[in-house]
Design a binder for this molecule. Structure first.
Ligand code: UDP
Ligand code: MG
Length: 328
């Protein structure tokens, strides 16, 4: 390798941009077209860590092609699809910058806001700068409604430090990244973990654009999964729901008992089938819901105890470059 290039590659990186990608071949060219000039203009040593989350399309191929003409692009390819948050973990584990920005590949988060985030962090000495969605009119009504419910619930469970409408477009300082890396959590929901760290933070607002191309990689099932991981990761309150449901059912039972016994004492019998059936079904439902809730927490313990890696790296194009600071 020529010496000049080598020296450049060892230069401390000021800014890393981590981008998880899953089947994003349609947006990749547009992403490069918009992101690259922003970073060049910024004029600080930077790197782009593209995490290919086990894409089945031509994402990996395209990334390799872009890498030829873009030395700052680093490709971390995961062996299989591990999910958005795990892909983000892989990127954060490998980013070397003094500041790390995470960005969605689909250009819903504008790369043009990255300089603002960096400037704010540097000017005010902040460790975290959230990208906050000021306008979501480009999202579907359903997405907006579910997001509204989600952020309200999360602020109640995880505390008001969770900014509403802040997704995974944010800037982290090296200290914040190291704090995240030190956490043992396996099912990570970064939008809750990051505020929970308690670093000084600021916000940059932006308008959420529609997806540039391709389809959402968050269908309803994955949205529900994220919500369940968010709740179970931050609160044991649902476990108490079982107690309240049980107590409620007990009170209802008591009332019914008094009613039937009074009727019996008055020489009447209460006609049985319907009420009996309703009672059985009701108690059955309450029990199943409670067992399910319990199961979610037991599942988390199970994953934590197994302690398996949340992702496997197939290849990392910059793995040979010595990493300054603590080893990942
Ligand atoms: N993504 C990923 N792995 C997945 C699903 C999504 O890396 O299993 C990436 C995706 O490529 C995108 C980001 O996560 O860069 C956010 O996904 P998407 O835009 O589909 O979510 P939405 O904006 O619809 O919530
Ligand atoms: Mg998106």
């Amino acid at each position: 390798m020529p010496e000049g290039r080598d020296a450049e590659r060892h230069a401390p990186v000021v800014l890393s941009v981590v981008i998880p990608m899953f089947n994003e071949e349609d947006v990749l060219p547009a992403l490069v077209t918009r992101l690259r000039p922003v970073l060049t203009e910024l004029g600080v040593p930077h790197e782009v860590v593209a995490v290919d989350d086990g894409s089945g399309d031509r994402t990996a191929e395209l990334l390799d092609a872009f890498r030829l003409g873009w030395p700052e692009l680093r490709v971390v390819a995961l062996r299989r699809n591990s999910g958005h948050q795990a892909a983000l973990t892989a990127g954060l584990d490998r980013a070397r910058g003094a500041y790390v920005v995470s960005l969605d590949a689909d250009l819903q988060d504008p790369p043009e806001k990255i300089p603002d985030m960096l400037a704010l962090a540097r000017a005010e000495g902040l460790d975290i700068v959230y990208g906050v969605r000021a306008d979501r009119s480009s999202d579907s009504g359903f997405k907006r409604w579910t997001a509204g419910v989600y952020y309200r619930l999360m602020r109640r469970l995880a505390g008001p430090s969770v900014p509403a409408q802040a997704g995974d477009f944010r800037l982290l300082s090296r200290a914040a990244v190291e704090a995240l890396k030190a956490l043992p959590d396996q099912q990570r929901v970064y939008r809750l973990l990051v505020p929970w760290l308690g670093f000084p933070s600021g916000q940059v607002t932006y308008e959420r654009a529609p997806r540039t191309a391709g389809r959402t990689k968050y269908p309803l099932g994955r949205m529900i999964r994220l919500a369940v991981d968010s709740v179970t990761g931050f609160s044991a309150a649902p476990l108490r729901i079982a107690t309240w449901l049980g107590a409620g059912a007990f009170v209802v039972c008591l009332g019914l008992l008094v009613y039937t016994l009074t009727a019996f004492a008055l020489g009447r019998t209460v006609p049985g089938w319907t009420s009996l059936f309703t009672g059985i079904v009701f108690i059955g439902a309450v029990q199943l819901v409670c067992v399910g809730l319990l199961g979610e927490y037991v599942g988390r313990i199970y994953t934590a105890v197994q302690n398996r890696p949340t992702y496997f790296v197939r290849h990392d194009t910059a793995a040979t470059v010595p990493v300054p600071g603590p080893a990942p």
